[in-house]
Design a protein around this ligand. Sequence first.
Ligand SMILES: C[S@@+](CC[C@H](N)C(=O)[O-])C[C@H]1O[C@@H](n2cnc3c(N)ncnc32)[C@H](O)[C@@H]1O
Length: 252
Amino acid sequence: MHNRYGTLASWVYNLDKPVGRSFGDVEYYLQRLRESEGPILEPAVGNGRILVPLLESGLSIEGFDASEEMLRYCLDECGKRNLPAKVTRQTFEEFSYDKGFAAIIIPAGSFQLLTDTMSAAAVLRRFHDHLLPGAKLVMDLDPIGSFLGPAGPVRRWEAEDGDLLTLTEQRVETDYVAQTTLSHLRYEHWRDGSLLKTELDLFKLRWWGVEEFSMVLQRAGFVDVVVSGNYQHGRAPHKDDEIISFEARRPA
Ligand SMILES: C[S@@+](CC[C@H](N)C(=O)[O-])C[C@H]1O[C@@H](n2cnc3c(N)ncnc32)[C@H](O)[C@@H]1O
């Protein structure tokens, strides 16, 4: 199974990208959601890195995630702050709510974890159908360049108790037709020089062209598509941008 975000992967995510860490995205989403009235949904909410500051700012936001382990971190972070944790275990492919949302957000390129185009299109349609008329989808995609570079060196994190966590990434396949990469993410948990646990995450991602994704949004029923680079809303992306954001509406 791909993109599982198991025990060690979730632990590393929470050490590397804890609540409070922003890549400019927390501020951007806060700004883009300022006028949204009503509940907001964050699919693939993870450890609550984005959800928690949005809740703290007074927005009514809830989320879902496929990983029990990621949701546990999110619940803990909300608990520590006495925030209402409306998060459930659901997937992009099958999530369902009996209400409409004033906005749906997908930061951190999480949509690229969907690597099959038919299923990605069906998920966009599902987002569309879960929005109130006139409500918006705001999401980020990582640009093609971030996929094709060489995998970095071994990364390491020290846990609270002094244990060591390491991550070694190896790209095992790049499919230029399907626009996907498959990497082996090998996580290791060490204590006093002994290996306690290891975990292999088969990590698959898809890259999208900017025009391609705008068209897919339109085909899913969205209108008023705005594409922006590096969190400068309305500024068309250019080749050196590190993040590309899309905003689109369900017709009123
Ligand atoms: C990069 S993290 C993003 C977490 C959070 N949104 C953030 O901005 O920090 C991606 C998340 O997607 C979740 N995920 C992966 N595949 C999924 C799927 N099919 N349905 C729902 N969530 C999924 C993972 O469990 C993980 O928590």
